[in-house]
Design a protein around this ligand. Structure first.
Ligand code: IMP
Ligand code: MG
Length: 177
């Protein structure tokens, strides 16, 4: 694999397509076991997690639902101040088992702001599944239940993750050089 350029920045190969897909298969198997008979709702947070959600959900073999919301707090390569809800939650989550599906946890701010909103609708349970966990960057008290990869605090793109809207359309993940 070779490096890619997104706008003004160079990114080098970091996590291969194969490694990503292997981890997603493992996570799907685990969720298939833990949520059998519970009809969970996979709550995907747009935009970044659309590919992760698709690949994960495709391997869910139990009864399950999927829905999407849109939250955003990022500008360029750093987290901005505000968390905006651009598309809200339309599903009735009351009494349901919810699995939040996120591409990446950085400071945790996005989810920290969204969780009380979700909790106010009284779901039965909430768990958080992320593809990438920037452990050292966590600045808000958010508990991650499932993480495919723990990664250092460096900016990444690809496989749904963007730099100023670009770079989402790759099968592997790339790290800022
Ligand atoms: P947080 O609110 O600081 O946890 O940021 C979470 C959101 O920021 C993620 O859902 C991503 O959309 C975005 N984000 C965080 N780190 C990166 C990165 O390294 N590359 C691209 N997007 C990122
Ligand atoms: Mg995201």
């Amino acid at each position: 694999m070779s490096s890619i350029k997104v706008l003004d920045k160079e990114f080098e190969p970091y996590i291969s397509e194969e490694a990503i897909q292997n981890k997603i298969s493992e996570l799907a198997q685990q969720l298939n076991q833990e949520y059998a008979g519970k009809r969970p709702i996979f709550l995907s947070i747009l935009n970044g997690s659309f590919l992760f959600t698709a690949d994960l959900f495709r391997q869910i073999t139990i009864e399950a639902e999927v829905c999407f919301i849109k939250l955003a707090s990022y500008k360029g390569t750093t987290s901005s101040g505000n968390v905006i809800t651009a598309i809200g939650l339309d599903a009735n989550v009351s009494g349901r088992d919810i699995i939040i599906v996120e591409d990446i946890i950085d400071t945790g701010k996005t989810l920290h702001h969204f969780l009380p909103q979700l909790e106010s609708s009284q779901p039965k349970s909430i768990k958080i599944a992320v593809l990438l966990n920037k452990k050292e960057a966590l600045a808000y008290p958010v508990k991650i239940d499932y993480a495919c990869f723990d990664i250092p605090n460096k900016f990444v793109v690809g496989y749904g993750l963007d730099y100023d809207g670009l770079g989402r359309n790759t099968r592997a993940i790339y790290q800022l050089k």
